[in-house]
Design a protein around this ligand. Structure first.
Ligand code: NAP
Length: 327
């Protein structure tokens, strides 16, 4: 669907889309450089930090809760005067005049010659029957948001990556028993996170198994139908909750017009975070890269901002030169 570009315009030098660690870092540096910048976010600032319990790999903060780090980052950027507008971005497009327009569902259209997209990703779904039906009635994608609802219960976690391992370990502070269901015979998660899973007496890993269906009643989910991928054998598992952590999809759907991306849809940049669209920079989970950590998001956002600033200076000079040539 085409976005509505006809709303009242607000002009900036730089618009940053998405207030996770990458967006908040770009915003902090932008205002510190006195750029006329705005950060757009539909929810609370923090992005995936808000879905993360304890962070122990951010240098200088050996143990910090995700929510606290989000709050600190937002306040730090605002201390430098960064405006954070709560709007739902509907589309980003580079127009024929060379400036970007950022349409929002609130009607306002933002305009800027440069954009830093730090819109992160959306959790993948299993895409099995019952998953949508029991969303909020047992099925969840956010341990910190919903874990406390399962005190003393038996639940399952789907996935074998860092998120599944970390969140499974976190959820055992509430639940009595947790089944980690993984489709292969080894976890993809980092060794330290695997160790926590294997040493946790409340966690039992079910290997080589996929979830085929979420079953329950009007009161909520109560069972999973499982299939062993080697034997094909099916079984039922009694659980009152299912947390799904099977990766992310980058939020690139907002972009109107083609930007180079990899097979997973992550946007490809050069080392300065420039995309194939001049003036569009990306950082954080939306970018094609080796790993997706808070530290890499923060570092890449710093580079993106410095590169965007350089781009704006050069653009200003080019526009001034063009005006001199053709009065
Ligand atoms: P991920 O690393 O892509 O892992 C996804 C997991 O889900 C894999 O084990 C994968 O299985 C499984 N999976 C994918 N599709 C599936 C399906 N349809 N059915 C069943 N299982 C499926 O994703 P993530 O764990 O969300 O992490 C995303 C990024 O954030 C990673 O770069 C990660 O390092 C980072 N992260 C880091 C931390 C941390 O360092 N503390 C915490 C969270 C996330 P296979 O292994 O068989 O492919």
């Amino acid at each position: 669907m085409e976005s509505d570009w006809s709303g009242s315009e607000k002009a900036y030098e730089l618009v940053i889309v998405g207030a996770g660690p990458a967006g908040l870092t770009a915003g902090l540096y932008a205002r510190r450089s006195e750029l006329n910048a705005v950060l757009l976010e539909r929810g609370l600032p923090g992005g995936q930090l808000l879905n993360t319990d304890l962070i122990d790999d951010y240098p200088g903060l050996p143990e910090v809760e995700g929510r606290e780090l989000a709050d600190r980052m937002a306040r730090h950027a605002q201390k430098f005067g960064l405006p954070i507008d709560t709007v739902d971005v509907a589309g980003i497009k580079k127009m024929a005049d060379g400036d970007f327009r950022i349409a929002t569902n609130q009607g306002t259209v933002y305009r800027a010659p440069a954009v830093i997209l730090t819109a992160g990703g959306t959790p993948n779904k299993l895409e099995v029957p019952g998953e949508d039906e029991y969303l909020g009635k047992g099925v969840s994608y956010c341990a910190i948001c919903d874990g406390a609802f399962f005190k003393g219960e038996t639940i399952a976690v789907a996935g074998g990556g860092d998120a599944a391992a970390e969140e499974a370990d976190f959820l055992t502070r509430y639940v009595e028993k947790l089944y980690l269901i993984h489709r292969r015979d080894e976890l993809r998660a980092a060794r330290l996170l695997q160790k926590r899973v294997f040493e946790n007496p409340k966690i039992e890993v079910i290997w080589d198994t996929v979830i085929e269906e979420v079953l329950g009643s009007a009161r909520g989910m109560s069972q999973l139908r499982l299939r062993n991928v080697n034997s094909g054998e099916e079984s039922l598992l009694d659980v009152s909750g299912l947390f799904v952590f099977i990766g992310f999809r980058p939020n690139t759907g907002l972009l109107e017009g083609h930007a180079e991306h990899d097979a997973g849809g992550y946007l490809i940049t050069d080392r300065d975070m420039r995309t194939s669209i001049p003036g569009l920079f990306v950082a954080g989970d939306v970018r094609a890269q080796l790993t997706r950590q808070i530290t890499t998001a923060v570092g890449d956002a710093t580079t993106a901002l410095i590169a965007a600033e350089k781009y704006l200076t050069e653009l200003k000079e080019a526009r001034r030169a063009a005006e001199t040539v053709s009065p």
